[in-house]
Design a protein around this ligand. Structure first.
Ligand code: SF4
Length: 291
């Protein structure tokens, strides 16, 4: 069930550029997401339990975006727009609505750069428009060394199809995402992998981290970065239910791990990053987009 809605704003300007994703703006043509990942941070909102049943298509997104971008372009406020930060821009309903595609047309016209963050294979449909953006976008001066108007990051939490099905029930398989990565690389895009969130005790061992990075290299990723799992609200309850059902031996460990905070402890996060950097060096792949 998809609700069609008219929204009042569509292009969010951030106070500060995100240091990992390099975006100055975010654009979400939809609200919530039908890929239905158990760990999705949108579950922390009041809609948390039923993110598939409460999908919203912002049907005036392209026309509103054109108005908002006209103002930004006149003031030369160029910066990367992330599509998307709180939804999957190429989820299944995009085949019907084409809101992401129409928004990309607007972005191409105003020559802003984009960072595509996705788990979807459907992005391949829009490589023609993305190519136009890649070649013509005006980069913010301090990011001019990137030399690409498009960044494409595929997100993965595991490379094991069976585990992915438990935690990302409606998303394309990890292998399909990696094959799409290879395709966009062959088409000349700058692209990589965000291993976010790495799942504690499930996909976070040194061996798994190394394997993930090795495979990313095999599929020609330009960069990799990793991030730990955050759990809160209804998302935390749903995640614990999956753990109890599929990994009962980890149930207590998880409760202790997330007992005080919504995120793992700082030392865990630092170790994850240190290890990922080591493996990136070993496999000669950039850690983070700018390295
Ligand atoms: S694909 Fe992204 S936005 Fe969609 S449910 Fe998964 S984590 Fe959430």
């Amino acid at each position: 069930m998809v609700k069609e809605a008219f929204v009042k704003t569509i292009l969010n300007k951030h106070k500060r550029r995100d240091v990992w994703f390099l975006d100055d703006y975010s654009l979400n043509p939809y609200q919530l997401c039908d890929f239905n990942c158990i760990y999705c941070y949108t579950r922390g909102s009041k809609y948390g339990e039923n993110i598939r049943q409460r999908l919203v298509a912002k049907i005036n997104a392209p026309t509103l975006l054109a108005k908002e971008m006209l103002k930004r372009a006149k003031r030369k406020e160029y910066g990367f727009i992330i599509i998307s930060s709180a939804t999957e821009p190429w989820m299944h309903i995009e085949e019907k609505y084409e809101l992401t595609r129409k928004c990309l047309s607007v972005i191409a016209k105003f020559r802003f750069p984009v960072h595509c963050l996705t788990k979807s294979t459907l992005i391949q449909r829009d490589l023609d428009l993305l190519k136009e953006v890649d070649e013509n976008a005006i980069l913010p001066q301090d990011l001019s060394k990137l030399k690409h108007g498009v960044l494409i990051t595929f997100s993965l939490s595991t490379i094991d199809d069976r585990i992915a099905k438990m935690f990302e029930p409606n998303a394309p398989k990890p292998k399909e995402r990696l094959e799409t990565l290879q395709k966009v690389k062959e088409d000349g895009f700058y692209a990589g992998v965000a291993y976010i969130p790495v799942l504690p005790f499930i996909s976070d061992s040194d061996e798994q981290l190394e394997e993930m990075i090795k495979i990313a290299k095999e599929y020609q990723a330009d960069y990799v970065f990793v991030g730990a799992l955050t759990l809160y609200g209804i998302g935390k309850e749903l995640y614990y239910k999956i753990i109890e059902k599929c990994f009962p031996e980890l149930s207590l460990k998880y409760k202790q791990f997330f007992k005080t905070f919504n995120q793992p402890r700082k030392d865990y996060q630092l170790k994850l990053e240190r290890k990922a950097r080591e493996f990136c060096e070993k496999y000669r792949i950039r850690y983070r987009i700018l390295g």
